[in-house]
Design a protein around this ligand. Structure first.
Ligand code: SAM
Length: 313
C-alpha cells in the first residue's frame, strides 16, 4: 500500500494566498496614490503595488484589496502606512558624486567669496527635500561642516524632509549598516561616523556633531504650501520628481523655487532633466555641468539657479 488512508493528513502551515488585484482595484489605488503623493503608478506597476501592499493586508487580516482600500480611505494613519509601503526609498551617501564635486568646486567658493565681500551672511540653510533614510542630508552636512567651520563664524542648518514617516524615523535614528560607509569619503569617516560594537557591531551611527545640524520633518512635496523656514541657499530634490506626472513636476519645481534664496541652487537627480520647464520659469536658470574627469553614469548634473528674488517664478 502506498498511502495510509486512515492517517490524518498533515496540516501544512502555508502562508495565506495573495488575493488577486482586480483592474478596478488597481485603478482605485492608482488614483489614490496619485492624489495623495503625486506618485504616478503606471500600468506596469501592478505587481509592485501587490508586492508592497500585501504585507498590510496580511497584517490586518483583510481578504481583498478593496477592503484595504476602504480602510485606507477612512483611516488617516493607515493612509500614511500605505504611502510608506508605496514609496521607493533607495539612496546612498554621496549618491551621484559629481553633484558633490560641483558643490565643492563651484557653489562653496561662491558662498565663501560672497561672505568675504560681506554680500551674504555666514548662516547656510540647506534643504534635502526627499531625504529618504538620511544619507543625502548627512552627506551634505559632512561637507558643509568641513568647508564652513563654526570656528570661522559659520552656522549650518540642514532641513531634511520626506513623505514617508518610516524613512524619517530611520533617518532621525541615524544608524545604518556598516557597508554604507564605503561611499563616504575617507576624510569624513572618522570625524562624522561612529562604528558600533557589541550588539551594534556591523552598524554605523552619525556623531552628535553631525546630528546637531540636521533636523527632520514630514513634508509632502505635492501639498499646496510648504511649512518650512527658509529661504534656502541650496535645495536638493533628487530622484523623486521622476515618479511624478509632468504637471506635478512643474508645480513642485515652481514651489521649491519660491523657497530659494537669491542666487540659491536647486539640484535635481541626474535622470531628472527638465527640458521645457525653463520656458515657463523665468527666474530659474538651468545649467548643465560636466565635470572635468567624467565618471561613468555621473557626467551630467541638472541644476537650477535662482538669479534674483524679485522675478516671480
Ligand atoms: C528614491 S528616494 C531618493 C532619496 C534621495 N533624494 C536620493 O536621491 O538618494 C525618493 C524619496 O522620495 C520620497 N517621496 C516620494 N513622494 C514624495 C512626496 N510627494 N513628497 C515628499 N517625498 C516624497 C520617498 O519617500 C523616498 O524617500
Amino acid at each position: 500500500m502506498l498511502f495510509n488512508e486512515d492517517a490524518t493528513p498533515p496540516v501544512l502551515d502555508l502562508p495565506p494566498a495573495i488575493p488577486e488585484l482586480t483592474s478596478e482595484e488597481f485603478r482605485l489605488f492608482q488614483g489614490l496614490v496619485l492624489a495623495e503623493s503625486g506618485i504616478n503608478l503606471g500600468t506596469k506597476s501592478r505587481a509592485l503595488l501587490v508586492n508592497r501592499l500585501w504585507k498590510r493586508l496580511r497584517a490586518l487580516e483583510l481578504a481583498s484589496f478593496s477592503s484595504y482600500y476602504r480602510l485606507v480611505k477612512r483611516d488617516p494613519a493607515e493612509m500614511v502606512r500605505m504611502l510608506d509601503c508605496i514609496c521607493t526609498n533607495e539612496t546612498r551617501f554621496f549618491r551621484e558624486p559629481a553633484t558633490f564635486d560641483c558643490l565643492r568646486e563651484r557653489v562653496f567658493p561662491e558662498w565663501m567669496a560672497a561672505a568675504d565681500a560681506q554680500q551674504r551672511s555666514k548662516t547656510l540653510r540647506v534643504w534635502s527635500a526627499a531625504c529618504s533614510t538620511g544619507e543625502e542630508p548627512y552627506s551634505l552636512a559632512m561637507m558643509l561642516l568641513t568647508a564652513f567651520p563654526a570656528s570661522a563664524g559659520w552656522t549650518i542648518d540642514v532641513l531634511a524632509t520626506d513623505l514617508s514617516t518610516k524613512v524619517l524615523a530611520q533617518a532621525s535614528r541615524s544608524v545604518w549598516p556598516l557597508e554604507r560607509m564605503a561611499a563616504v569619503p575617507i576624510e569624513h569617516r572618522s570625524r562624522f561616523l561612529l562604528k558600533g560594537f557589541g550588539p551594534d557591531k556591523g552598524k554605523i551611527k552619525a556623531t552628535d556633531e553631525l546630528r546637531s545640524v540636521v533636523r527632520f520633518q514630514r513634508l509632502n512635496l505635492t501639498q499646496a504650501e510648504y511649512d518650512v523656514f527658509g529661504p534656502f541657499d541650496l535645495i536638493f530634490c533628487r530622484n523623486v520628481i521622476i515618479y511624478f506626472q509632468w504637471d506635478t513636476k512643474l508645480k513642485v519645481i515652481d514651489h521649491l523655487g519660491r523657497h530659494l534664496a537669491p542666487n540659491g541652487y536647486l539640484f535635481l537627480g541626474h535622470a531628472e532633466s527638465l527640458h521645457g520647464v525653463t520656458d515657463r520659469l523665468e527666474s530659474v536658470k538651468p545649467k548643465f555641468f560636466r565635470t572635468g574627469e567624467e565618471r561613468a553614469g555621473h557626467s551630467g548634473l541638472c541644476i537650477l539657479e535662482r538669479r534674483n528674488r524679485q522675478t516671480a517664478l
